[in-house]
Ligand binder design. Structure first.
Ligand SMILES: C[S@@+](CC[C@H](N)C(=O)[O-])C[C@H]1O[C@@H](n2cnc3c(N)ncnc32)[C@H](O)[C@@H]1O
Length: 306
């Protein structure tokens, strides 16, 4: 992980997980999420999640199952999901995974009564072998992956998730949607990333690295997602007004005045573009729930036959 960190910072790219990892960054992300994340933005979105949880419970029935929460954050959504569990004895194992120990502690406390395991992991570089499942007993797994597709990106995350699923397992996945990808539609979406709490969150990372707040400025833009119909990426670049020089484990990072640092990325899809991606990655959609404004989607998926 240290090597990845060094190499990406030498290329002036901040890996997504860095923005969440420290306690300060976790707190700044929570402040931003509470102000702007769909789940905190109104009853419509909350009902969307409640409907998705009901459908997941209907699909699982009363059968015993294992649960893994990938990138569970503060565990709010996982706790809401388990709030409507029909039969408490049916949950066999509950694993919470996130890069941020600070967020994981909050998630652990929220779900403590269900005796979770809490794992600090980097899902961007996790080897398939690390969490190999035993062949017996063949309990189904519910893999919950909420808010992660925009963060880690479809190119990495979808093949990884497909590789984790066996026939009979379920994947509950959320995605950030956009009703259109024309300039007006993109501009509307951009306001969710170009606001005060968001800027404090991105900037917090560079300040923790040692740059003063007046040592850089941040700008949010959008670009097409290559090869994905209607998809686009929100990107925040930092323009440096002061230099930063770091020395770690004998390696150096030298950022100069006028350098640009790729600080944050998040992906958006149209509903149709996303369904094509699911098919391409061998995922069959059992249920699709999309908010009325077409900005948030929740999908119950399984690996396609054959
Ligand atoms: C957008 S938040 C979503 C949190 C939560 N699932 C939710 O929907 O509210 C993304 C989460 O992914 C975690 N994360 C980011 N990169 C990660 C990585 N490489 N490995 C593991 N977790 C990561 C962050 O710490 C954060 O909790």
């Amino acid at each position: 992980m240290r090597q990845d960190w060094l190499e990406s910072h030498q290329r002036r790219v901040v890996p997504a997980h860095c923005l969440y990892e420290s306690t300060g960054q976790a707190q700044r992300w929570l402040a931003y999420a509470r102000a702007w994340a769909p789940i905190h933005r109104g009853r419509d979105y909350q009902q969307l999640y409640e409907r998705a949880y009901d459908l997941a419970w209907q699909t699982i029935g009363n059968a015993p199952f294992d649960y893994v929460g990938y990138g569970c954050g503060d565990g709010l959504k996982d706790a809401n999901f388990f709030g409507s569990m029909p039969s408490p004895g049916q949950l066999e194992t509950l694993r919470l995974m996130d890069i941020s120990a600070s967020l994981l502690i909050e998630a652990y406390q929220r779900l403590q009564s269900l005796k979770p395991e809490a794992w600090v992991v980097n899902l961007a570089s996790m080897s398939d072998g690390l969490f190999q499942r035993s062949e017996t007993p063949q309990r189904p797994l519910l893999l919950s992956c909420l808010g992660m597709l925009p963060t880690l990106g479809h190119r990495h995350l979808l093949p990884f998730l497909t590789g984790q699923l066996r026939p009979g397992d379920l994947l509950l996945l959320s995605a950030n949607l956009s009703p259109s990808s024309n300039p007006t539609g993109r501009q509307h979406i951009l306001t969710q990333y170009d606001n005060e709490p968001a800027m404090q969150w991105y900037a917090g990372y560079l300040i923790e690295l040692g740059l003063p707040r007046d040592g850089f400025s941040c700008r949010a833009t959008t670009q097409d997602l290559e090869g994905v119909e209607g998809g686009f990426r929100i990107q925040v670049m930092a323009h440096l007004k002061k230099e930063l020089s770091l020395s770690l484990s004998g390696a150096r990072i030298n950022w100069a005045v006028d350098d640009s640092v790729d600080l944050f990325r998040s992906e958006r899809w149209t509903s149709n573009g996303l369904r094509i991606l699911f098919q391409t990655h061998g995922l069959q959609c059992l249920e699709a729930l999309e908010s009325e404004d077409q900005e948030e989607g929740l999908y119950l998926l399984q690996v396609a036959d054959g």
